[in-house]
Design a protein around this ligand. Structure first.
Ligand code: DIG
Ligand code: MN
Ligand code: MN
Length: 391
């Protein structure tokens, strides 16, 4: 093997405290923990050991909901010391607006004004905490923003309340001078029957209705777009095209399953390859955040293998993307399939009345055009060979 698979800071591989710190309970903490919990400081040390660049957190991953001021300061002190010791940074922070019972019917979109106000308070305090550790991206995942029945929850009110909350928090960001970029994360369902704004595309449309759309982008997650039956790389491409790819959650998922948050590249090799190729081809400079968990079967040595595997597989696909881009035969076939056609140039570009009239009068030989074979089978098989090390 001639290429280096050692994770380096320039790769910007990050993990949330809740990922490698997961004690192996099922997603909804309804079953026994498999692994003893680790302190945030020890989780940072584990991430330092496997070669991660950074660590992210929800407010309550770091500071338990009912921690005293003294406990809070002690935790922060240890966490800061571990960051210094390992050199890890904190690129992203977020608020847990989904675990506490108070959010049983949503946070920003709850029907209860007290819950909405409490969620706003919690988000501001979460932003304060993240800023203390240098976070510059703030994620909003509305895990409970939704409904099981529309009988008493109006989606228009939900959108209005979510918009009001984000407009308020954008102003808070400005008033505090935190310089955050907000990244909205979509998911179609679970834990709610339906979650509002279920896909990255829906979030992109919603962002344009905000008072400060320039401050707000998206945090697409692979498992979540897959849960919606979508092509993750296409969702990411649309976000990039809109200048809104502010962060990304990488993991994996078997289609038509609950949110499995598996190790990156564990299941969907082809989709993962094209996602990595896209990020590298466009020069994405943000975090490669692995929002994933090790199998419940694992001890902490297994958790380290999980974390190493996320980064290793990303680097394998990055190298395969380089080989793809340098494969002369394959690139020639791709170029051929996208060949310019000088005769059509006069119809491309901006509208003119003359262009429209000429095009309307033009005669196309539909059968001749349709009969051309596009050789995608050959190219796709070449990709398979490349992925399997046969070219
Ligand atoms: C779940 O996919 C969500 C939460 O874990 C968190 O709020 C966000 C940040 O990665 N992803
Ligand atoms: Mn997820
Ligand atoms: Mn996520």
């Amino acid at each position: 093997m001639s290429f280096d698979l050692t994770p380096k800071p320039e790769h910007k591989f990050t993990f949330g405290l809740w990922t490698v710190g997961s004690t192996g309970t099922d997603q909804f903490a309804t079953t026994f923990p498999i692994r003893a919990g680790k302190s945030p400081a020890d989780i940072v040390r584990l991430l330092g050991e496997v070669g991660a660049y950074g660590v992210n957190f929800h407010d309550n991953d770091l500071i338990p909901l009912d921690a005293t001021p003294a406990e809070t300061e002690a935790i922060k002190k240890d966490f800061r010391a571990a960051l210094k010791e390992t050199g890890l940074v904190v690129p992203m922070a977020t608020t847990n607006l989904f675990s506490s019972q108070i959010f049983k019917d949503g946070a920003f979109t709850s029907n209860d004004p007290k819950v909405r106000a409490y969620a706003l308070q919690k988000a501001m305090r979460g932003m304060d905490l993240g800023a203390e550790f240098g976070a510059k991206v703030y994620v909003f995942w509305g895990g409970r923003e939704g409904a099981e029945t529309d009988v008493a929850k109006d989606p228009l009110e939900g959108l209005k309340h979510f918009r009001e909350a984000l407009n308020f928090l954008c102003e808070y960001n400005n008033s505090q001078g935190y310089g955050y970029k907000f990244a909205l994360e979509a998911k179609p369902n679970e834990p709610r029957g339906d979650i509002y704004l279920p896909t990255t595309g829906a979030m992109l449309g919603f962002i344009e209705t905000l008072d400060h759309p320039e401050m707000v982008g998206v945090n697409p997650e692979m498992a979540h777009e897959h849960m919606a039956g979508l092509n993750f790389m296409h969702a990411v491409a649309q976000a990039w095209d809109a200048g809104k790819l502010f962060h990304i959650d990488l993991n994996d998922q078997n289609y038509a399953r609950f949110d499995q948050d598996w190790r990156f590249g564990q299941q969907s090799w082809k989709q993962s390859f094209f996602l990595v190729k896209f990020l590298e081809d466009v020069g994405y400079t943000g975090s490669r955040h692995f929002d994933a968990h090790a199998f419940r079967t694992e001890d902490y040595e297994g958790v380290k293998e999980f974390a190493r595997g996320c980064m290793r597989t990303y680097l394998i696909f990055k190298e395969k993307a380089r080989q793809f881009n340098e494969d002369k035969e394959l690139q020639a076939l791709i170029a051929e399939s996208k060949a310019e056609d000088k005769s059509m140039e006069k119809f491309s570009g901006k509208f003119s009345a003359e262009k429209a009239a000429e095009l309307k009068a033009f005669t196309f030989d539909r059968n001749a055009i349709a009969s051309r074979g596009l050789r995608y089978e050959k190219m796709d098989q070449m990709l398979t060979d490349l992925m399997m090390g046969l070219r």
